[in-house]
Ligand binder design. Structure first.
Ligand SMILES: [Zn+2]
Length: 82
């Protein structure tokens, strides 16, 4: 499950069951609609991916789910930052 977190204060998030191994930039970054999910943080977010999601990205997938069905996130094509 992907997460949206900023690079400034909340980089390399640690999930209870998920190891985030890299991030991708959302479509339109840095002027995208994706904002860090931490309460009281309104910085631009990147999309943090686990191992399976990185593999999926590298096969061409650009759409990632978060922990709820509220919305999904679309990555750009710049590649994975590790
Ligand atoms: Zn943040």
């Amino acid at each position: 499950m992907a997460l949206g977190r900023c690079l400034t204060s909340h980089a390399w998030p640690k999930g209870k069951k998920t190891d985030y191994v890299g991030y991708v930039r959302p479509a339109g970054y840095p002027d995208s609609a994706l904002i860090c999910g931490i309460p009281d943080c309104n910085r631009e977010a990147v999309i943090w991916l686990d191992t399976g999601e990185v593999e999926s990205y590298e096969k061409g997938n650009r759409i990632f789910k978060g922990p709820s069905h509220f919305t999904k996130m679309k990555a750009n094509g710049e590649g994975v930052f590790k």
